[in-house]
Design a protein around this ligand. Structure first.
Ligand code: UP5
Ligand code: MG
Length: 190
């Protein structure tokens, strides 16, 4: 928006597929700034902002927070980072998210890193994560899976048609997943 070339990679995949874990690895090796949309929304709840209560109830229900809220948080975080290379984790989650981000920022992703993982493996990981997330209970997890299938996978399909999806088998051990992630970054970003 201010002229500099900004590189964005969307990191997508189901709840518990390992997006946050792998983004931390990528940051250490490739100089990106990691922006988790979910983390930004949870920070917004904690900050006591006027949107906090609305965001909290949507996350508890596994629903997708209105695009304008999330895009604003992402834009602000990008500006404040001082970096020009971003991993945007867990966003866009539906077509409206994608369209809003694109029209507001004018940014198209370099590619989409897509973590593919069976639901039973994701469920096992979420139920044993133990970090006090209000959405890590079986009832909410089922709702998150449904929203993911119905609203988020179409975004992956959209980018797939544009040949922008780099798909990773995310069911393997974290170290093995990162080997595959590294291969993609080494071949596509210089
Ligand atoms: N783990 C990781 N990798 C492993 C591996 N290879 N083998 C075994 N275990 C592995 O990992 C999850 C757990 O699994 C951890 O304990 C980890 O150690 C282990 P993690 O890396 O945290 O997975 P991640 O994909 O990041 O899972 P997360 O739960 O964060 O994904 P979600 O997409 O569900 O959560 P997010 O924070 O993105 O969104 C939460 C909610 O916020 C959404 O449901 C929605 O309500 C809201 N939201 C929006 O409305 N809009 C947005 O744009 C974003 C979020
Ligand atoms: Mg995460």
């Amino acid at each position: 928006e201010n002229g500099r070339k900004v590189t964005v990679i969307f990191v997508l995949g189901g709840p518990g597929s390992g997006k946050g874990t792998q983004c931390a690895n990528i940051v250490q090796n490739f100089g990106f700034t990691h922006l988790s949309a979910g983390d930004l929304l949870r920070a917004e709840i904690k900050s006591g902002s006027e949107n906090g209560t609305m965001i909290q109830s949507m996350i508890k229900e596994g629903k997708i927070v209105p695009s304008e809220v999330t895009v604003k948080l992402l834009q602000l975080a990008m500006q404040e980072s001082g970096n020009d290379k971003f991993l945007i984790d867990g966003f866009p989650r539906n077509e409206e998210n994608r369209e809003t981000f694109e029209s507001v920022t004018g940014i198209e992703p370099e590619f989409v890193l897509f973590f593919d993982c069976p639901e039973e493996e994701m469920e096992k990981r979420l139920l044993t994560r133990n970090q006090g997330r209000e959405d890590d209970n079986l009832e909410t997890i089922k709702k998150r899976f449904k929203v993911y299938m119905e609203s988020s996978l179409p975004v992956v399909a959209y980018y797939s048609l544009k040949d922008k999806v780099r798909k990773i088998d995310a069911a393997k051990q974290a170290e093995a997943v990162f080997e595959d992630v590294k291969a993609i970054f080494n071949s596509t970003t210089e």
